[in-house]
Design a binder for this molecule. Structure first.
Ligand code: WT7
Length: 646
């Protein structure tokens, strides 16, 4: 029997959702999705309330996903204007800088004014409904302001994580056709400067980026930047004298809100497109229920706005709920390993949401940096990004939460918009390492490789059999790729790319990706992208990249590299190749291991057998499985002998 933590009756006593509520509401949500989601949609302010609730086909030959399609609303008005009467003076954002001395906060009234001013700024710069805006900023309030200002005028934002390289930024600019970029002079993380504006300058020298007319620069560090006139403009100058009145644009529920690029098993990152009504209903509801949200909560999600967690659970969900959100521009170990808990005490955080990789990194430093802080305000702890190992879960629960706070392990994806499988803390008993049960309206199934649904206790591939309002609607500019990636493997179902197990009590356990995606510190890295960065080097003939175990990151990146004839591998060349990947994609994609491969294991038809490479990288050479289909079985022997993890 695995560890079990029943719901604390004292917690349940005041919880929004208890066990019987969960059971009743879940049953209704899947039996009568129209009725259920019509009721749930009433949590938003609609300009025109929807009457058509769900209109979906998962048929790969004719695929469409529409929710609340005759409704009209404005997302920024739902996150700001509607709170002004009751919550105008309530703190919306508490900003905590990299430097512990830097704190500022904005009330809902102040945030509303900033957003309106920036929305007017965007309009003055010629941005209109439907135009794309790239946001490449640190975790500063201006990031939320820029996102909400886009939402206010109906522009579609595409946030690019500040850790991405100029090349990665350029490909996202090119794909989105952005007219405007919002950036900062520099970012500042763990005491180090990140040259954001210089990266933008470099990205704009790349092909297919000439859609960009304006670069708006927020002064963050005051570091020197090159200005190109008339393209580059200071944020603070543009905002001077702007009116704080800007009528929100009436948007259809299915108008795009944003695109966010994410890696898959093949090709370039895809622009995941989310729309307005369903996304906001779903993110606000999941945020409220999974964290058992109260009016006076101080909520802190440590994710960067460059990832979907930052979109759904730093900005949109929490602000739609009128909650107070901490925005943190630092790292867990700067100035020291107590930083998270110092911030919790400083701002009296009640709900805390982070990633397993951060928990493991802090766990390694022992209990002392945690124990010396109070953390008594904490009420619920959350985790996201990758499967959490029970050891890390238990440490989080015992040391961080003093065995007082339920841990919600939220499984979801960029594509799903919001939580899919997650405990509701007043309703569902916890098992360390399990994301537990589906959220309302979510119908998971576990299928075998032929797509046959498995019953009861089982394991296999995780699919979702019907739509939910927060689901992505398409791949920006490539609807066929959307259909092919998610709906062709198991026709009639959305395929998650994850493996899962269901135990005898019906709990779901996510086991990780089953496709060629590596989950590094909760961030998705496509093996194909790393491979193409490696083969870009003239000395490289071929490369194959797989995941490997990593104590802190969860998964590390393991590259097998074959050099062109006549070249030999060296420490220096290995470093050069790794540096090349950092430069091409960004530091997060840098291989942790690089093994020289005289050749790669291939089938007779020439397909690289990654299954075998994975086992070698996982140091399981006795589990290579069937190697009889290999063109040259001798290849494997060398790779096994020379493996870098033993
Ligand atoms: C992939 C999605 C969702 C925001 C962060 C990552 C893995 C995510 C969990 C969890 C086990 C998880 C899955 C998923 N994942 N949360 N609680 N337990 N695995 O978003 O970059 O779209 O990655 O992250 O493998 O498919 P993403």
């Amino acid at each position: 029997m695995s560890d079990f933590h029943p719901v604390d009756p004292a917690f349940a006593a005041t919880a929004r959702i208890r066990k019987d509520d969960y059971e009743r509401m879940y049953a209704r949500s899947v039996q009568d999705p129209e009725g259920f989601w019509k009721d749930m949609s009433a949590r938003l302010d609609w300009i025109v309330p929807p009457t058509k609730i769900k209109n979906v086909s998962f048929d790969p030959a004719d695929l469409y996903i529409r929710w609340f399609e005759d409704g009209q609303l404005n997302v920024s008005a739902n996150c700001l204007d509607r709170h002004l009467a009751k919550r105008g003076d309530k703190t919306a954002i508490i900003f905590e800088g990299d430097d512990p001395g830097e704190t500022r906060s904005l009330t809902y009234r102040e945030l509303h004014a900033e957003v309106c001013k920036f929305a007017n700024t965007l309009k003055n710069l010629g941005i209109a409904k439907g135009d794309r805006v790239v946001i490449y900023l640190p975790m500063i309030p201006e990031a939320a302001v820029a996102m909400l200002a886009c939402a206010r005028i109906g522009a579609v934002h595409s946030v690019v994580f500040g850790g991405f390289s100029p090349d990665s930024l350029a490909s996202r600019i090119a794909d989105s056709g952005a007219k405007l970029i919002v950036t900062a002079d520099e970012g500042c993380r763990g005491g180090k400067k990140i040259p954001l504006k210089a990266n933008v300058d470099e990205s704009l020298t790349r092909p297919r980026t000439n859609s960009v007319e304006t670069v708006v620069v927020v002064r963050r560090t005051g570091g020197a930047v090159q200005f190109q006139s008339p393209r580059d403009r200071w944020y603070h100058t543009l905002m001077e004298g702007q009116s704080a009145v800007c009528e929100p644009e009436a948007m259809n529920a299915e108008d795009p809100l944003f695109t966010l690029y994410t890696s898959g098993s093949t090709g370039q990152p895809k622009g995941v497109l989310h729309t307005s009504g369903g996304y906001l209903v779903y993110t606000s509801l999941t945020h409220e229920l999974a964290f058992d949200l109260r009016e006076d909560d101080i909520y802190w999600c440590t994710a960067d706005v460059g990832w979907v967690t930052g979109h759904s659970y730093v900005v949109y969900g929490p602000l739609a709920n009128g909650s107070t959100v901490v925005m943190f521009d630092g790292v867990p170990n700067y100035p020291d390993y107590s930083r998270f808990w110092q911030v919790v005490d400083k701002h009296k955080v009640t709900l805390f949401y982070t990633a397993p990789t951060a928990i493991r990194a802090l766990m390694r430093e022992g209990e002392e940096p945690v124990r010396k802080t109070s953390r008594k305000t904490l009420r619920v702890l959350g985790t996201v990004g990758e499967p959490i190992n029970p050891e890390a879960w238990n440490w989080y629960y015992r040391v961080v939460g003093d065995e007082r706070c339920p841990v919600v392990d939220t499984w979801w994806q960029t594509e799903t918009g919001g939580f899919m499988i997650t405990p509701l803390p007043g309703a569902i008993g916890l098992k360390p390492g399990s994301a537990t049960f589906p959220f309302f309206g979510v119908k998971p199934a576990i299928v075998d490789t032929d797509g046959k649904p498995q019953e009861g206790e089982c394991s296999g591939n995780l699919v979702i059999t019907d739509s939910w309002p927060g689901q992505m609607r398409t791949v920006y500019g490539d609807h066929q790729r959307f259909v092919d990636t998610y709906f062709k493997t198991y026709p009639g179902n959305y395929f998650t790319g994850d493996g899962a197990r269901r135990d005898a009590d019906g709990y779901y356990w996510i086991t990780g990706r089953v496709d060629d995606v590596i989950n590094v510190s909760g961030h998705r890295i496509g093996t194909a992208e790393v491979e193409s960065a490696l083969v870009a080097h003239p000395k490289v003939a071929e490369a194959a990249v797989v995941g490997c175990p990593h104590d802190i990151k969860g998964q590390g990146i393991y590259a097998f590299v074959t050099l062109v004839a006549g070249e030999t591998g060296s420490e220096a060349l290995s470093k050069e190749l790794i540096a090349g990947v950092r430069k091409e994609i960004g530091p997060i994609a840098a291989p942790d291991y690089l093994q020289w491969a005289p050749s790669l294991p291939k089938t007779r038809s020439g397909k690289i057998m990654r299954r075998i490479l994975r086992k070698i990288a996982e140091n399981q050479p006795d589990q290579l499985g069937d190697v009889s289909t290999l063109a040259d079985p001798g290849v494997v022997k060398n790779l096994v002998e020379e493996r870098l993890i033993k």
